[in-house]
Ligand binder design. Sequence first.
Ligand code: COI
Length: 355
Amino acid sequence: MMLKTTSEIDIVRVEKSKINEVDFENIAFGNVFTDHMLVCDFKEGKWGKPTIKPYEPFMIDPSAKVFHYGQAIFEGMKAYRDENDGIWLFRPDQNLERFNKSAVRMAMPEITEDIFIGGLKAIVELEREWVKRGPGNTLYIRPFMIAIGSGVIAQPSTQYRFMIILSPARAYYSGDVKVIIAEHYSRAANGGIGAAKAAGNYSSQFYPQKLAQEKGFQQIIWTDDATHTKLEEAGTMNVFFRINDTICTAPTSERILDGVTRKSLIALAKREGIQVEERPVLVEELVKGAKDGSLKEIFGAGTAAVVSPIVGFQYQENYYELPKQENSFALQLKDKLTKIQYKEAEDTFGWTVKI
Ligand code: COI
């Protein structure tokens, strides 16, 4: 896929790269950042010229709206290295589209394709040595926008900063993922910001997540806020349920993030002849399926997490462990997806974009 970019970008390079100080084999998700970052400011109603410069802290006014009202959005993407040292992005047009939907919902200015896609290409090209070859190695890309205008009046800022930072990454979860089904707390509500990739959507999960982690669960499967009977999302991931040989997942809505991995897995599953149902999935179906054996798999899907099998779930007082599947749909789909991302399989969908 070709995407149009024309934006000019100023580049200030670091004097010495820190790449040789990084232990790429033992890297915790999201802790190490590359040498450079992209910065582009919005003021007086328009975006300025993007600059790529050394990664470093920066100053903003303590009254900036991002600190007080959380006016902030982000995206999660990855770059992959193929065996011929080509560097690839996966469906960046989808991230741009979602970023701008999030921007509109948070009363922030939309970003241009030139700045978003052109900026991505330029910074990933500059940092290409950080995209390591081999299974599981990726460069996680975090585009984000924050409200930097000062003043604690509770109104949208007039000044914003768009940035891209990059972090070499392997797996998001280490070890088995067990989940708890939400019965009290909610991630999102109709009319809220659940479909936006807004910072507050994630921080509002930290407290219930902490309670879940204290009980030995890595994640919560969120249910609808009104009745807590429909299974919706797993916080950092969309969530799929394999009931017999059908994969079921909640339809996207105002409460659910329109995940790029989610929609890619649905397309791949359909191509492989696996039946997919996008429909409300009920907690009671899950419990019944765990009891009668028709619930074969649960898995999460997201950019950071890729496809993460879930080994069991807690609902009310009971924990249900899922039996190991010989022929796991989660692992088959993960394999198909990552082969496309690393250019080991033909990309018949036109999802991959060369840097
Ligand atoms: C991603 O999967 O890229 C996300 O944005 C989730 C994040 C919380 C790591």
